[in-house]
Ligand binder design. Structure first.
Ligand SMILES: [Zn+2]
Ligand SMILES: [Zn+2]
Length: 370
């Protein structure tokens, strides 16, 4: 490769505590706003890598600070389940931000295309008997205008559609919305205590096949994720995405897994060899002895494809995906659904009605560089 670019990524996780007062019933409450932001920076030919990784970190921190300052979660009042208009407004403003940007980009591309059409039609059109390509001009202009006006309009309409207060008392809030916390006096105790109230209907959370969690706030039950036995090690899934998280596993399952993987790799190697040999044989019978070269080439290509497929399919212990990137909400699902169920229950318990931390300091999650 002529130009070598190394890209650095840095994920900054952060949380702040937000204090609210219900605009309907006057109940004061608080919630923890958790966000995660990714910063990117590149370095050419591996030079100034330190500066690039520092830039990625700074970029992530800047984005995170803005999110923590301006974004909001649709947390219903713990008493009357109403969602404050100020929260809805801030939440709406932070969604679908990419759409108008894409519209502007497409509009710019349309303008450039029109200029190119104009220049080329003027340069070659009249001389070579080409007519003005008016169809193309009109087409590009229409597409550019539709993108420039349509995408911001679509974003506006999608934002307007976000209305958790449609059914009073039964707010529609997305999974991963943090619980609200309010101060109550428990058994005539003189000091009021913070108590958590789930924002999302627990039945909805428990019925899902995925475990949802806010970035940096996933903890695994200390059991093997395959057989639910005692875990004595950890393992990363091939389908874990870029954010590699190691899940607990027992020695037996680990052994079984590597045996399965070795067997899979052997099968793939054999299939690729057979395929390569048969293609080589086909060529050889058709064109005499010159089939060896294409045969070897076909064998190598099928081997590469097979290994790529193998890499994706191997060790699929769990899948990890973003459920909502803008809120930093992720979802995870294990090959063993019983283990997923355990995590779902754990997460639901964390958000359930339990005494919350007394301090007013938001919990912190570690940042990640990769
Ligand atoms: Zn209220
Ligand atoms: Zn096991």
């Amino acid at each position: 490769m002529l130009v070598h670019v190394k890209t650095f990524r840095f994920v900054a996780n952060g949380a702040v505590i937000r204090h609210e007062t219900c605009e309907d019933c006057g109940q004061p409450f608080r919630y923890t706003l958790t966000r995660s932001a990714t910063g990117k920076a590149s370095s050419l030919y591996g030079t100034f890598t330190k500066a690039a990784s520092a830039r990625a970190q700074k970029d992530a921190q800047k984005k995170l600070t803005r999110l923590l300052k301006t974004d909001a979660d649709l947390v219903p009042c713990p008493k009357c389940r109403h969602v404050n208009q100020s929260l809805i407004a801030a939440y709406r403003a932070a969604r679908y931000r990419g759409m108008p940007r894409i519209g502007a980009l497409l509009f710019g591309a349309g303008v450039v295309a029109e200029v190119l059409v104009y220049l080329t039609s003027n340069a070659i059109g009249p001389r070579h008997g080409l007519h003005h390509p008016s169809g193309i001009v009109v087409g590009i202009a229409t597409a550019a205008l539709v993108a420039a006006l349509g995408l911001p309009l679509l974003a506006y309409m999608l934002r307007r559609a976000i209305n958790p207060n449609r059914r009073p008392g039964e707010p529609e809030v997305p999974i991963g919305t943090p619980p609200s916390e309010m101060q109550v006096k428990i058994d005539g105790n003189s000091e009021p205590q913070w108590v958590k109230v789930p924002s999302v209907d627990p039945a909805k959370v428990l019925a899902g096949q995925w475990a949802f969690f806010r970035a940096g706030h996933l903890s695994f039950p200390p059991l093997c994720c395959q057989c639910l036995g005692t875990a004595d090690g950890t393992i990363k899934s091939a389908l874990g995405g870029k954010r590699l998280i190691a899940a607990p596993i027992c020695r037996n399952c680990q052994k079984m897994l590597s045996r399965k993987e070795a067997f899979g790799t052997m099968t793939v190697l054999m299939m690729a060899t057979i395929l390569g040999l048969s293609i080589g044989w086909l060529f050889a019978t058709k064109r005499g002895s010159s089939g060896l070269g294409p045969g070897i080439a076909a064998g190598i290509i099928s081997l590469l494809i097979a290994l790529k497929i193998r890499q994706r399919g191997s060790n699929a212990l769990y899948r990890l995906k973003f459920a909502d990137k803008s809120r930093g909400v992720l979802k995870i699902r294990f090959a063993n659904p019983a283990y997923t169920a355990l995590i779902i229950r754990d997460q639901a318990e964390k958000d359930a009605i339990v005494p919350a931390a007394a301090s007013d300091k938001a919990p912190s999650a570690p940042d990640q560089a990769f």
